[in-house]
Design a protein around this ligand. Structure first.
Ligand SMILES: *Cc1c(COP(=O)(O)O)cnc(C)c1O
Length: 390
């Protein structure tokens, strides 16, 4: 095919997506991490960001980022393994290891990269990976890149997992990986049952705590909240959501972390995070350690709002966290609902396939600690009116 033909084909594919309301484009948003964001000349309550604790705007984090930048400059300018290291990086990794009560931690460029890194580093072609069907895209991409055998179990379905573990019991290299809080549903992995099954079948356990970090278990994650932190082989979490900054970490036994450091290609072949980011990350870990109750306050807010939305008759799935899906079904209804809420001063995310399964399009509310009582009332009132429109 020549360039002209490819161009024509892309044009037609883009048009098809547009007709199905599936075209993605970057929204015209400013101040998208703040409590109020600017969108098309309007100031709207931000219910779509992952800045759950509002940390990105705290003086402590901003100051830490500025000071690290002043001292070390704006770039690490090389991979960690070449010259990209600086002392603050090591300080952060020690702090993460203590925070997660693990032997050692490794900080990686982003959550997406961390998942690619850990999955490709811990597996060979003959490894079998058991993965929840609703795991984050970065886990799925990591598995594809690893070329290991990918066994998906039905979402949070312990019986299905048990069946599959039995079926592959004779295999010697097995890994199980799950989100602890599922990003589009806000529900919790059934971690106690998953861990006990994995132990029984001699499977390595990896958890992705991206949405649980800063919120569950005094900010340490769901594994800590359930007292399972010593049962998990690798803990992954990010600085990019509740911790108000950027990047991710892996934590676990020294040998695991050393192995990933020496074999994890996304870690080896990418420039280390800039000093400003590392400074903010360290400040965020300190702040959460010193304010362990913030996460629970956010979860209580989630519980309150779920009760109210449930009373209005909305389908909220199995949400048990600060992420509340309002499942409306078809794409058009969901986009219209989003537009309606814009007129009420609320910015919520509309989530469509392929991010979620067909016919489960939804609005996704992510709550934040800086929401006041009157904001919650505004949300409930607006959804009450939305219900009448549907
Ligand atoms: C957001 C997210 C990631 C990716 O993290 P980034 O730091 O944004 O790259 C990975 N896993 C889960 C479950 C996530 O929600």
């Amino acid at each position: 095919m020549d360039n002209k033909q490819i161009n024509k084909q892309l044009c037609s594919s883009l048009n098809d997506l547009k007709k199905q309301n599936l075209l993605r484009s970057i929204p015209d948003i400013d101040h998208g991490a703040d409590l109020y964001l600017d969108f098309k000349g309007k100031r709207l309550l931000n219910l779509a960001s992952n800045n759950y604790l509002g940390l990105s705007q705290t003086e402590v984090l901003k100051k830490a980022a500025c000071e690290a930048t002043k001292h070390w400059g704006t770039s690490a300018a090389a991979s960690r393994l070449v010259t990209g290291n600086f002392s603050l990086y090591c300080e952060l990794e020690d702090a993460v290891a203590r925070f997660k009560t693990q032997e050692k931690a490794l900080v990686i460029g982003s959550g997406y990269m961390a998942n690619l890194c850990l999955v490709t580093s811990l597996t060979q072609r003959k490894t079998i990976i058991f993965s929840d069907r609703l795991n984050h895209a970065s886990i799925i991409d990591g598995i594809i890149l690893s070329r290991a055998k990918h066994i998906r179990y039905r979402h949070n379905d312990i019986e299905h997992l048990h069946y599959l573990l039995k079926k592959h019991a004779s295999s010697t290299q097995k890994i199980l990986i799950t989100d602890t809080i599922f990003s589009m549903d806000g529900d919790l992995a059934r971690l106690e049952e998953i861990v006990s099954l994995a132990k029984k079948f001699n499977v390595i356990i990896v958890v992705d705590e991206a949405h649980a970090t800063g919120v569950f278990g005094k900010g340490r994650g769901l594994a800590h909240a359930l007292g399972l932190e010593k049962e998990i082989d690798i803990h992954m979490g990010t600085f990019s959501k509740a911790l108000g900054s950027y990047g991710a970490y892996l934590a676990g036994a020294k040998e695991w972390i050393d192995w990933i450091t020496t074999t994890g290609r996304p870690f080896i072949y990418s420039t280390a995070l800039p000093p400003g980011v590392i400074g903010a990350n360290l400040a965020a870990i300190d702040l959460v350690s010193q304010n362990p109750k913030q996460g629970q306050k956010l979860l209580d807010m989630g519980k309150y709002l779920r009760t109210e939305l449930d009373r209005l008759g909305f389908d909220l799935g199995d949400s048990g966290s600060q992420i509340i899906p309002v499942i409306l079904g078809d794409i058009e209804t969901t986009l219209k609902a989003k537009e309606f809420l814009l007129t009420k001063g609320l910015y919520v995310a509309a989530i469509r396939p392929p991010t979620v399964p067909q016919n489960t399009s939804r609005l996704r509310l992510s709550l934040r600690i800086d929401l006041k009582k009157e904001h919650l009332q505004q949300i409930v009132r607006s959804f009450e009116e939305l219900k009448k429109q549907l």
